[in-house]
Design a protein around this ligand. Structure first.
Ligand code: SF4
Length: 406
């Protein structure tokens, strides 16, 4: 791997070289943690990372001028702030992050060093906050930031060897040239499993000698053949972060970060609580088939479901009578949750937009899509062909039992 400059390390702080840089810089974490927030560049950038992930876009706002950061400064100076003020500040700060399009990369050495340090500090903050649903969202947003930077650097410099080196560190086996890219089959399957586009399935790819090839087609944009490669870079970093978090942080270090951890933890909890599933009506989740219990459990845990899984669960919940608001709430822990998009999709499946109410896939399709999970004795009956049949049979059986007893 060719040696990287401090600017590259500031953009890609997860690389081994950035880790070495932090070790050799001699800056101790204690020094960083004890500096007042107004002059603490690493903490400011770490805040931008963590709150940006919460907001939906990691943006580096010079001097952190968001309203919630102002609450943090007040807290550091011993001022009391009530929950209502924090909620208002968080709400108004979100739009500042969402509207920041460019990734601001500083030029001074001090600020670049702070940007590198902000990465381990952000991971410490996220680990101290301790919410696994949020950890997954943070991993996704950090990985999206990485893809944005990598793609823009590549478009400007066209440095194939850099991509190759970074890919290698993320465990990607890739070959890239000016009109063709390739990735090993195992890496392709692992890093494209979450993609919603069915055309990305291995069946539709050009596979030769254990590699999947992407070539520039006539009329296609110059970099179009690279899009799957960039998405795979993103997924590889996301997978790595998902695996690494939470870090094992000593309690006294989390205590040092009490104010940012407490503020961020408060707004994160508020969001998840706001979407907690309300009335289930007559919906009896204990009668759900194993596949739907599994999908529902993963959705609540913040695991990003594949497109077919989201569709199956949404259509099923709608058919068994769950309210639109409650179905939206089911997906609120998802790392890429966006309320208006989710609501639109749920309404679409429920037939409120197109007039067509969709039905979940039947068992044979669930099996072929890898969604039939842990089938039980009822699932194994010859006549069992649909998750909705399973639910109805279970409900009916219960009703008859009650009648007999009565
Ligand atoms: S057999 Fe059908 S109902 Fe049972 S777990 Fe599989 S897909 Fe679900």
């Amino acid at each position: 791997m060719k040696e990287m400059g401090i600017r590259e390390l500031a953009k890609y702080p997860f690389l081994r070289e950035a880790h070495e840089f932090v070790k050799e810089s001699g800056v101790s974490l204690d020094e960083v943690l004890s500096a007042p927030p107004e002059n603490n560049l690493p903490l400011q950038d770490a805040w931008n990372r963590v709150f940006g992930a919460f907001a939906g876009n990691i943006a580096f706002i010079p001097g952190v001028r968001d309203a919630l950061w102002s609450m943090l400064i007040k807290r550091y100076h011993g001022e009391d702030i009530d929950a209502g003020e924090i909620e208002l500040a968080a709400r108004s700060s979100v739009s500042a992050y969402l509207s920041a399009e460019e990734v601001y990369v500083p030029s001074s050495e001090e600020a670049l060093e702070a940007r590198i340090l902000s990465y381990p500090l952000a991971r410490i903050l996220v680990s101290c906050i301790g919410d696994r649903r949020f950890m997954r969202r943070y991993a996704l947003k950090e990985a999206e930031l990485f893809r944005k930077l990598l793609q823009s650097d590549f478009e400007i410099m066209g440095d194939f060897s850099f991509l190759h080196d970074v890919g290698k560190e993320l465990g990607l086996n890739i070959e890239i040239s000016s009109d063709r890219a390739a990735m090993d089959v195992a890496g392709y399957v692992k890093n494209t499993a979450q993609m919603k586009d069915r055309r990305k399935h291995l069946l539709f790819q050009d596979v030769r000698g254990g590699m999947v090839y992407f070539t520039r087609r006539p009329g296609e944009e110059e970099m179009a053949y690279m899009s799957v490669i960039f998405r795979s870079f993103q997924q590889a970093l996301q997978n790595r972060l998902d695996m690494e978090l939470p870090l094992d942080i000593p309690d006294d270090m989390c205590s040092e970060l009490f104010i940012p951890v407490n503020l961020l933890g408060f707004v994160i909890n508020e969001r998840y609580d706001n979407y907690s599933i309300g009335k289930l009506g007559d919906v009896e989740t204990d009668k759900f088939p194993p596949c739907m219990k599994w999908l529902l459990g993963m959705a609540k845990e913040g695991v990003n479901l594949p497109h077919s899984g989201r569709f199956a669960l949404t259509a099923f919940l709608n058919k068994v009578g769950m309210e639109i608001d409650d179905i939206v709430a089911v997906f609120s822990a998802s790392p890429d949750f966006n309320e208006s998009i989710t609501r639109y999709q749920v309404k679409h499946i429920a037939g409120e937009i197109s007039g067509t109410e969709y039905t979940p896939q039947k068992c044979s399709v669930m099996v072929s899509e890898g969604l039939c999970h842990n089938p039980d004795e009822l699932c194994k009956k010859k006549w069992m062909n649909h998750p909705l049949t399973y639910y109805r049979v279970k409900k009916e059986g219960e009703r008859r039992k009650r009648k007999r007893k009565g």
